[in-house]
Design a protein around this ligand. Structure first.
Ligand code: COA
Length: 134
C-alpha cells in the first residue's frame, strides 16, 4: 500500500518532458530512465549543499507509485534528509504535470546518498566549508 503526498516536498531541481525514446516495451517510461533523472536532480541538490563536486554512493527506498506516460512534464523535487561528515542524503520526489489541466500527481520517490569530493576525487568534509550554511 503506497502513501501519496498531496503536495511536493522540497524545491524543483530538474524538469523535463518524457519522450518516446525512453519507453519500456509496453509504452510507458522505463523506470531506469526515471531513476537517472532523479540521480541528476539529487546531484544538483547535493552540489548546492556541498558547494562542489559530488558522486552518488548509494540509492535507497525507491518507490514507483504510478506509471509515467510519454509526453508528461516531469519535475524532480529535492530536499535534504541528512548531512553527515562527507555525505548528503537527498529525498527526490518525481511529480508529473498534465499538459492541459496542469494538475500534478506524484509518481515516484527515493533517497539518494552523495559523497562530497575534492579536486583530486577524494572524499571531503561537507560542513568544514565556511561558505556552507545549513
Ligand atoms: C564515494 C566514495 C568516494 C566513498 O569512498 P569510501 O572510502 O568508500 O567512503 P566511506 O566508506 O568513508 O563513506 C563515505 C560516506 O558515504 C557514506 N556511505 C558509504 N556507503 C554508503 C551506503 N551504502 N549507504 C549510505 N551511505 C553510505 C558513509 O556513511 C560516509 O558518510 P559520512 O562521511 O557522512 O559519515 C567511493 O566509494 C567511490 O568512489 N564510489 C564510487 C562512486 C561512483 O562512481 N558513483 C557513480 C556510480 S555510476
Amino acid at each position: 500500500m503506497q502513501t501519496f503526498n498531496a503536495t511536493p516536498t522540497g524545491t524543483i531541481a530538474l524538469q523535463t518532458i518524457t519522450m518516446p525514446a525512453d519507453t519500456n516495451p509496453f509504452g510507458d517510461i522505463f523506470g531506469g530512465w526515471v531513476m537517472a533523472q532523479m540521480d541528476l536532480a539529487g546531484a544538483i541538490h547535493a552540489n548546492e549543499v556541498s558547494q562542489g563536486r559530488v558522486t552518488t554512493v548509494a540509492v535507497g527506498s525507491m518507490v514507483f507509485m504510478r506509471p509515467v506516460p510519454v509526453g508528461a512534464i516531469i519535475s524532480c523535487y529535492t530536499s535534504t534528509l541528512r548531512i553527515g561528515n562527507t555525505s548528503i542524503r537527498v529525498k527526490v520526489e518525481v511529480w508529473i504535470k498534465d499538459f492541459l489541466t496542469h494538475q500534478i500527481i506524484q509518481v515516484t520517490q527515493g533517497e539518494y546518498v552523495y559523497v562530497a569530493l575534492d579536486e583530486q576525487g577524494h572524499k571531503r568534509p561537507v560542513l568544514n566549508n565556511p561558505s556552507i550554511s545549513v
